[in-house]
Every structure is written in structure tokens, then in C-alpha cells.
Design a protein around this ligand. Structure first.
Ligand SMILES: [Zn+2]
Ligand SMILES: [Zn+2]
Length: 302
């Protein structure tokens, strides 16, 4: 069962050095979630073989252009291709007006398009289905901005195949055992659950936090997440710019990752002043060793 993040765009503000503005795809089992949709997202989906028609939900961090200017093109393509499946877009207030003004006025799209306004002053779960829950948490940036935390739902217990044979378990008994129940067999033999099952792998989680200043108030929400993508627009050398524009440095992101005891830190949202990205790793790794560079076309798994 997949839990994988593919970065489509990792640059801040404008395209530079072949890097695109922000966009990512998170695959959880057989479901695909789009995170932000900067200019060129469609092209990157083509480059990296993303099954774009499988996307049902889009989560937008905030309304700066480098996170949303790819949306009109993507929606236009869906319409041209005759998409039928509904599409749900979650974002801070104002996106609907911004996007609909750019689609053909008065013409119905081929698919139902729903905009959901995310409350930006307090954290809450905004989406859940059979595989995942998504919690939105307020970040600190120049305009209302949300981070999104994806948590895989706890899986059922695994059944030991040899025990099915041994106890001649029926399908309803197998289902009950997977839910943690003890089983009473037809011959009145009682079998405790731990004999029949073994625990599943722990649920995986991903926190997507961009754009934001260093902010320790979010620590309880990202504590021990499997993967954290955090704004690293600048290095410490330019920390004044980070403060001014309400972004973070690689060092700050690493500090947060260390304090939250996350599994892995992925850097990104690089300023166009950096051609070589190794400096981000050099700065972050001494503080949080399990840091990897966020790069386009790379897929990250916990
Ligand atoms: Zn940005
Ligand atoms: Zn921004």
C-alpha cells in the first residue's frame, strides 16, 4: 500500500534554473491528492507520469500566485478532456472568485467543481475518507496560509494465513479477527485474537508546511510525523530576508524537525537566488541528519 510524495515544483515565487513553482502529489494507497498548483503543474504531471485524472481533491496552502497559477490551465484541460468525476478544492477564502474569473464565462464545465473555504484561524480536520484524514493548521505568512497534515488511517490487523487453515476460519470469522475480536469456533474452542493475527505497520503521515516563518506553536500537530516538508526558502546567510518575507531558513526547518522528532525532513520552496541547492543540506543536516533535498521528479516514501 503506497504512501508516496512526488514533488512537481519546488521553487519559490518564479521558475528558475529549470525548477518550477510549488506543486506536489501525495499518493495514499490508490488515491492521489494534489498539494498546491503553481504555474506549470500540468507540464510537470506529464513529465513525471502523474495520473492526473485520478486526482479528486486539491489542497491549496494560500493564494500567492506561485501556489495557484497552474489551476486555471489544469481545470481547462480537465474540461476539454470531458472529465466527469467531481473535483474538490480546499483553500483559504477567495480562491473560487480568483479561478472562476479565468475560466470561460458562462460555460459549464464538464465536471462538478466544488470549492471549500478552509477556516484559517484554528486547526481542524477538513477531509477524511477510508484511507486518510487531512488536518489543516494555520501557518504564519504574509496572507492567510494553511499547512496540511495527512494521516493514514489505522489499518486492520493482519491474519496469519496458516491459522485460517488450522482453525478452518470462515470469512465472517476472518473479518472479525482482523478487527481484533476473539473467535469462538463451532466446536466451542475459544481462540484468543493474538493467536490469529499480527499487528499492521504503523500508519504513515505527511505534513506539508509552506509558506511560513519558524513557528513552534505547530509542534504538537507535527509531532513524530513520518515526513515533513517545510519551507526552506533561504539559508541562514539570508535570514533577514526570511523574516522580512515571512519564510524560513534551512536551519530553522531543521530545528523544527528535530524538536518535533519527525521521521524525515524534506526541504523546498527555494529562492531563485540559489542555483546550487547543496547549501540547504549542509545547513540542515548537522541539526537534523535525516534531511533530504526536495527535488522535482523525486518520489519520497517514509
Ligand atoms: Zn510561495
Ligand atoms: Zn507565499
Amino acid at each position: 500500500m503506497k504512501f508516496a510524495l512526488t514533488i512537481l515544483g519546488v521553487n519559490a515565487a518564479t521558475p528558475a534554473f529549470g525548477r518550477f513553482p510549488t506543486s506536489q502529489i501525495l499518493q495514499v494507497h490508490n488515491q492521489y491528492f494534489l498539494l498546491d498548483c503553481g504555474e506549470g503543474t500540468q507540464m510537470r504531471m506529464g513529465d513525471f507520469n502523474v495520473p492526473k485524472h485520478k486526482i479528486r481533491e486539491i489542497f491549496i496552502s494560500h493564494l500567492h500566485g506561485d501556489h495557484v497559477f497552474g489551476l486555471p490551465g489544469l481545470l481547462f484541460s480537465y474540461d476539454l478532456n470531458g472529465r466527469q468525476e467531481p473535483l474538490r478544492i480546499y483553500s483559504p477564502k477567495g480562491l473560487k472568485e480568483m479561478i472562476l474569473a479565468q475560466l470561460r464565462p458562462g460555460v459549464e464545465l464538464s465536471f462538478p467543481l466544488h470549492f471549500y473555504e478552509v477556516e484559517t484561524t484554528f486547526p481542524r480536520i477538513i477531509f477524511e475518507n477510508d484511507v486518510v484524514t487531512v488536518e489543516a493548521i494555520p501557518l504564519k505568512h504574509r496572507i492567510p496560509t494553511m499547512g496540511y497534515i495527512f494521516r493514514e488511517r489505522p489499518k486492520l490487523l493482519n491474519i496469519r494465513p496458516e491459522k485460517i487453515q488450522e482453525y478452518q476460519l470462515s470469512v465472517p470469522q476472518i473479518k472479525a479477527a482482523k478487527k481484533g475480536e476473539d473467535i469462538l469456533l463451532e466446536n466451542d474452542v475459544f481462540v484468543e485474537n493474538h493467536v490469529l493475527t499480527f499487528p499492521p505497520l504503523p500508519p504513515r503521515s505527511y505534513a506539508y508546511l509552506t509558506d511560513t516563518i519558524y513557528n513552534e506553536t505547530i509542534l504538537p500537530f507535527i509531532c513524530r510525523v513520518s515526513m515533513l516538508y517545510h519551507d526552506t526558502t533561504f539559508c541562514e546567510e539570508h535570514k533577514d530576508n526570511a523574516a522580512l518575507t515571512m519564510h524560513s531558513t534551512a536551519r530553522q526547518a531543521a530545528e523544527l524537525a528535530r524538536k518535533a522528532e519527525v521521521g524525515q525532513l524534506i526541504t523546498g520552496h527555494y529562492s531563485s537566488r540559489y542555483k546550487d541547492l547543496e547549501v540547504f543540506l549542509e545547513e540542515a543536516r548537522p541539526i537534523f541528519p535525516n534531511t533530504v533535498l526536495g527535488l522535482e521528479g523525486i518520489t519520497y516514501e517514509p
